[in-house]
Each structure stands twice: as structure tokens, then as C-alpha cells.
Ligand binder design. Structure first.
Ligand code: NAD
Length: 283
């Protein structure tokens, strides 16, 4: 599969576009209007130094060649007309995703495989809104795709094995480690492991069992893991755990949300991105 179209050019969509183009694919970057697409050149200039720093063998020439393989378009029919694969990275709202795939189905060629990059929605909730549920699946990439190169590929009960294998092949060709998920699982493999782990750390903290530093130290030293749970919270950023916990039925989760808000969010300590979260990164 040589021709990729990515729907949505935000945080993750732009990374999927750039990584695929860097790996030699021909990519159409689709978004809802030309003003949004006009920001892409600046985005590539942001990503280039990251590749030069983090990707062995990256050179300015290779990065310029990647940019030359990207064509922006705000016309959906034009954007998908030659696509072998469409990866959708539009906002995480079921109604937007369903509408998007309904419209794509009207204009995409019969050969095209459809994939959603949704973090939390199940492919079976979206597949009925396409004209080809057998060619629909999820391809879930991680933020900072060039470094954290896992692609979780998840089928729904109606996905056929040819489409699944093609998605695994594409992910491999663009430098990803494919993770094959043959049964729908909210949160895929990664978040099915990570979320309970982070919840357990929060529970230890709000119960007063131990401190942020000692909980992290226990995990790091005992398992050899490079980071403890609160260091991971700082990477994720405070807003996500706050939003996930603030209205929880579990009083301990609400207490954690309250703690994050008063001690961190209200003071502007949102995690590594702001230089301070549970830890101070300014020094
Ligand atoms: P984002 O808000 O940064 O980008 C969304 C983009 O979609 C924007 O450019 C917006 O203009 C565009 N858009 C809006 N409506 C559209 C439509 N109808 N058709 C086409 N484009 C449309 O969001 P994001 O963080 O890149 O997340 C996108 C998807 O990727 C979500 O499903 C999210 O769950 C998933 N994801 C995000 C991350 C992450 O760390 N941000 C990680 C893995 C997966």
C-alpha cells in the first residue's frame, strides 16, 4: 500500500502523515479547511529537529524529501481518490467519527482500507457507518510516533483477515512495531495495562500510604522500569487524569482529581510540558 490519506492534521494526524512520508509513502493530508492546512509547513519545521535528534540516520535531505511527498487537500473526494489506506485522526467524538466515515464511504474507491486512530472508541461502533465494515479496523499510534513506535491494530468481529494483514504490513513498512489485537478491547493493550497501574498509584497517594517520590522509587528500583507512575502522570499531563477522575463514582478518584486541581492545575503545574507537575523539571 503506497498511497495514504490521513483525515485530521492535529497532534496525532500530523505525526502519522510525517512518519509515513518519511518512510517513503505518498500522503494526502486532509482537514476541514485551508486555514488549518496552511499551518502544516510550520508543523513540519517543528518535527524535523525531533527526527534529527531521535531517529538514527535522519538527515535534512531525507526530511525535505518526506515533506515533498505530502499533499494537503481540503476536498474530501480529491483527498481519498487514490488512497490504498485512509487513517482517520479527527476529534475523539463518536458522532464526528461516524459522520466522517459516512462521507468518506460515498467517495472512496472500492480498494481502500479504512482505519481509525481512536484512543477510546471501539471499531464496531463506527464500522456500520462505512460502506465496507469488512475493511474497517483501528490503527492506534502513540504520541511521538517516531520514538514510541508501537501501532496497536485492532479488528472488530466483521473485519476480514486480508484487511487486517494489510494494516499490519503498512504499519511495519512505516517503521512501527505492530501489536495485533484480535478481540475488541477498550483501551487496547497499552491502556488496559497503564490505566489500572496509574489508578493504583493514585489510590496509594490519596490514602496517605506513601509519598509520590517513594511510590515512584519503589516501582523503579524493584522492577527496573525507567519511570514510576507519577513520572508517567507528568508525561501524560494533569488535565487527562483530572477529566477522567473528577466525576467518578469512586470517592478516592474524586479525591485524587481534587488534589490534582488544587495542588497542580490551579498553580499552572500541568506536567513536563509546563516544566512542573508532580516533579519540578525547571532545573
Ligand atoms: P486534535 O484535536 O489535535 O486534531 C484533530 C484534527 O481533526 C484537527 O486538525 C481538526 O481540524 C480536524 N477535524 C475536525 N473535524 C474534522 C472532520 N470532520 N474531518 C477531518 N478533520 C477534522 O486531536 P488529536 O489529539 O490529534 O486526536 C485525534 C485522534 O487521535 C483522536 O481519535 C484521539 O483519540 C487519537 N489519539 C490521540 C493521541 C494523542 O496523544 N493526542 C494519541 C493516540 C490517539
Amino acid at each position: 500500500m503506497q498511497n495514504l490519506t490521513v483525515l485530521g492534521t492535529g497532534v496525532l494526524g500530523s505525526q502519522i502523515i510525517f512518519q509515513s512520508a518519511y518512510a517513503g509513502k505518498t500522503v494526502v493530508a486532509y482537514d476541514i479547511n485551508d486555514d488549518i492546512l496552511a499551518k502544516l509547513p510550520a508543523r513540519w519545521e517543528q518535527l524535523k529537529p525531533a527526527y534529527l535528534r531521535d531517529v538514527p540516520g535522519a538527515t535534512s535531505e531525507k526530511l525535505d524529501a518526506a515533506v515533498a511527498r505530502i499533499r494537503p487537500s481540503s476536498d474530501l473526494a480529491d483527498a481519498v481518490r487514490d488512497a490504498d489506506l485512509i487513517i482517520e485522526a479527527v476529534p475523539e467524538r463518536l458522532d464526528i467519527k461516524q459522520q466522517t466515515w459516512e462521507q468518506v464511504s460515498k467517495v472512496a474507491p472500492a480498494k481502500t482500507i479504512f482505519a481509525t486512530n481512536s484512543s477510546t472508541l471501539l471499531p464496531s461502533d463506527i464500522a456500520p457507518f462505512t460502506d465496507r465494515p469488512e475493511k474497517f479496523l483501528a490503527m492506534h499510534f502513540a504520541n511521538q510516533i517516531w520514538m514510541f513506535n508501537v501501532c496497536e491494530i485492532m479488528e472488530h468481529p466483521g473485519t476480514d483477515s486480508v484487511a487486517f494483514d494489510a494494516a499490519v504490513g503498512f504499519a511495519t513498512e512505516i517503521g512501527m512495531e505492530p501489536v495485533r489485537i484480535h478481540k475488541e478491547q477498550p483501551g487496547y493493550v497499552l491502556n488496559s495495562l497503564l490505566v489500572p497501574f496509574l489508578d493504583a498509584a493514585a489510590q496509594l497517594l490519596v490514602r496517605g500510604v506513601s509519598s509520590v517520590e517513594d511510590i515512584d522509587k519503589t516501582w523503579r528500583i524493584s522492577t527496573g522500569a525507567p519511570k514510576g507512575p507519577f513520572e508517567i502522570y507528568d508525561i501524560v499531563g494533569m488535565n487527562t487524569p483530572y477529566n477522567l477522575s473528577k466525576d467518578s463514582a469512586d470517592p478516592e478518584k474524586r479525591k485524587f482529581a481534587e488534589l490534582i486541581k488544587t495542588e497542580y492545575i490551579d498553580k499552572g503545574y500541568l506536567g513536563i510540558a509546563t516544566g512542573r507537575g508532580f516533579y519540578d523539571y525547571s532545573k
